[in-house]
Unconditional design. Structure first.
Length: 392
């Protein structure tokens, strides 16, 4: 029997590689000599740069940059060479991710993507040909305005005074945008962005309404963000002639997608599509007998391009069953059956605090995978016995 394990990470808890290894240990508790292929998968969030750089044999470069709450932090980006081209890999989560925002400071009105722009400049300094940016697990909602300022974009108020946009709350102060001082080297590189294709900047399904609460915004702050981002979209259209309001992926990472398109000349891609150019999983899934995947929370949003549903889509094309191991089972999780996930279960074994659940996650993932695989084994034994009885 061949088992393929293709999990994502558990946000703010374990990266994809750690989850994958825990799941493999669970499978091997049942079948020590089992053929197991482990493919840690990333969706643009935590672990994005490290995973791709490891696969491509590149290097990680440390860089001190501005973190999401305005303080200097130690971050990094990766570089690898392939076919004579140098590619930089930037992970938004490693510079402006939610994990980097202390609980008491989780207010997306006051967090910035400035450090993302600093990493882009560092990549340009390294004379790369391409830049790959992963948008996911963000702690910001500034529309990428912070990032834009690091690239040379200037914001002015109605009195032609410079405005420092340090978070989403400052967007309404801006009256005009000047892009004449943007780093010219951006025109010499290709920038590709792996993002959630369903996220848009504005409207009822805009990033403020959908993700603002997850980043600590109150209902009043959500409306303030929504108003600010709508105003910001108008200014972008006036400055560069581009309407980013409903552009697919424009709402990625609190609107960073919109900022990257408008000011850095980036191209946005459904995260799984672009990542598959760097990590190949189709062949291994197609030859598997069963596939295990995982995610921190499985709910009604999972089929919208998240790793478990994308893995399930490939598996279903090859008639391979899929089991998902998840931290929590959220609202509307049953829609994942229609998305191709045949069964799913939570690792939570008893009522517990979030802190304890995160601490116990490695062993609980291992034990949950073991339990699921034992159930699969029971089913196989029953099927074998029934076949034997019918054959005789």
């Amino acid at each position: 029997m061949k088992v393929v394990i293709v999990p994502s990470g558990f946000k703010e808890c374990m990266d994809a590689e750690e989850v994958a290894l825990a799941m493999e240990r669970g499978v091997r508790r049942v079948g020590p000599s089992m053929e197991v292929d482990v493919i840690p998968m990333i969706d643009g969030g935590e672990g994005f740069a490290k995973t791709i750089v490891n696969i491509k044999g590149g290097t990680l470069i440390d860089k001190e940059v501005t973190g999401p709450v305005g303080q200097k932090i130690k971050s990094f980006f990766g570089i690898f060479e392939e076919n004579g081209k140098r590619t930089a890999v930037i992970e938004m989560a490693a510079v402006a991710g939610l994990k980097l925002v202390p609980q008491r400071q989780r207010n997306p009105l006051k967090t910035t993507t400035y450090g993302v722009g600093e990493l882009i400049i560092a990549a340009l300094d390294a004379e790369v040909d391409n830049i790959l940016i992963g948008c996911g697990d963000s702690g910001t909602s500034d529309g990428g305005a912070g990032m834009a300022q690091a690239l040379g974009v200037q914001f002015f108020d109605m009195h032609s005074q410079h405005v420092a946009v340090n978070g989403g709350e400052d967007l309404m102060e801006v009256a005009t945008i000047n892009t004449s001082n943007v780093d010219p080297r951006l025109k010499e590189v290709t920038i590709e962005v792996a993002c959630n294709w369903t996220n848009v900047l504005c409207g009822e399904k805009g990033v403020a309404h959908v993700f603002g609460p997850q980043k600590g915004a109150t209902p009043e702050q959500v409306e303030q963000l929504a108003t600010g981002l709508e105003h910001y979209a108008t200014l972008i259209q006036e400055a560069v002639g581009m309407d980013v309001r409903l552009l697919p992926g424009s709402g990625a990472s609190g609107g960073l997608g919109a900022g990257l398109v408008a000011f850095a000349g980036a191209k946005l891609y459904p995260r799984f599509d672009i990542i598959m150019n760097y990590i190949s999983i189709e062949e291994k899934i197609s030859t598997a007998d069963i596939v295990f995947t995982a995610e921190g929370s499985l709910d009604f949003q999972t089929p919208n391009g998240k790793i478990p549903s994308e893995v399930a889509r490939i598996a279903k094309q090859n008639h391979v069953p899929v089991i998902a191991i998840t931290g929590t089972i959220g609202k509307g999780a049953a829609v994942n059956y229609d998305a191709g996930i045949d069964a799913f279960s939570s690792i939570i074994q008893k009522p517990t605090s979030l802190e304890n659940a995160m601490k116990k996650a490695p062993i609980w993932i291992e034990e949950s995978t073991e339990s699921a695989f034992r159930q699969v084994s029971i089913g196989l034994d029953i099927a074998t016995k029934m076949y034997y009885k019918e054959s005789v």
